[in-house]
Design a protein around this ligand. Structure first.
Ligand SMILES: [Zn+2]
Ligand SMILES: [Zn+2]
Ligand SMILES: [Zn+2]
Length: 147
């Protein structure tokens, strides 16, 4: 299933209408493996002859984030589409600091360790965010070629 169809179904199921800005942002994110800032998105939309101000982009992202259709990438301040339903809403991200590509991973074992550490320190933790950053396979190959 493609991302836009999946996302529209999810929006409807949660009582949200498919407004033109929502559809436009979804179709922009669909083919994008990298995290984009709302300003990048405005620019990309402009290239597609869609005029959308940053406030509108933020509003759309806020809804999409609530439904786990996008996730924030804290390292870069961008947003990336997320929809691998097999991973569930809670997962982790690998972030390439060179090209900005984001890969979703489950990392269930990381969660177990984190929960245990929290418990052992007397905390009842309600959530966490984990990003691993470095170079993706493509960028590693690129830097070897240059060396
Ligand atoms: Zn994600
Ligand atoms: Zn990369
Ligand atoms: Zn986790």
């Amino acid at each position: 299933m493609d991302y836009v169809i999946y996302a529209c179904e999810r929006l409807r199921a949660n009582g949200f209408r498919i407004t033109p800005p929502r559809r436009q942002v979804l179709s922009l994110l669909e083919g994008e493996e990298r995290a984009l800032s709302p300003y990048d998105m405005r620019e990309r939309l402009r290239q597609r002859r869609v005029k959308m101000d940053v406030v509108t982009v933020y509003r759309v992202l806020e809804v999409l984030e609530r439904l786990d259709l996008v996730h924030r990438v804290y390292r870069t301040g961008g947003y990336v589409r997320c929809w691998r339903s097999d991973l569930g809403a809670h997962h982790h991200h690998l972030v390439c600091t060179d090209c900005g590509r984001v890969t979703e991973i489950t990392g269930d074992r990381i969660d177990e360790v984190a929960d245990r550490e929290a418990r052992e320190n007397g905390y009842r933790v309600t959530g966490h965010i984990l990003e691993l950053f470095g170079l993706c396979g493509g960028c590693q190959a690129g830097s070897e070629r240059q060396a």
